[in-house]
Design a protein around this ligand. Sequence first.
Ligand code: SF4
Length: 204
Amino acid sequence: MNIDANPNLPVTSLRQLAEAEAACRRCPLYRDATQAVPGEGPKRATFMLVGEQPGDKEDLAGKPFVGPAGRILDQALHDAGIARREAYVTNAVKHFKHEMRGKRRLHKRPSNYEIERCKIWLERERELVKPAAVIALGVTAARSLTGKTVTIGKLRGKPLALADGTRLFVTVHPSALLRIEDAADKHAAYRQFVADLKSAATAR
Ligand code: SF4
């Protein structure tokens, strides 16, 4: 099956989807990444959480949200009353975009072109998982899902609808919380993040 040559070919399972993503050459990001990182979670999850792209640890592990941002996300889901078994986690872009700084691989935000090229895989994931609600974590995910450049502050906390009627909630990416140095600010941002997830939990 060469779905990359013909993206209209059907993908009927998450396993098939992961194989198609691994073989994808639709944008240049595959060249410098270790591997494509497919989504993970139950096939019929109630919630689909969409991040930006795999980070350094995710790229090496081949799994989404295994680094520090993933640990915050797990805690926040717990605090929001969303069980891990209800949540399918994935990214808008499946390969790790970065630049070398010495021996370190520093994250680079995907371009709109890369987001658009990778969107096909997120759409296939949504078709397969059929979540009751999609939660966009950060601007890249929101850009992919809405097709527009958006401001998180304007959209967070209120339910939106995707073209197929699926409810969409927008909040920050958990890595944004990691970058806040002031402890009080970080705590407030975390509480807001949990509140956003609680709003999404009403979509059950
Ligand atoms: S980032 Fe997405 S579109 Fe680009 S090569 Fe990887 S899977 Fe394909």
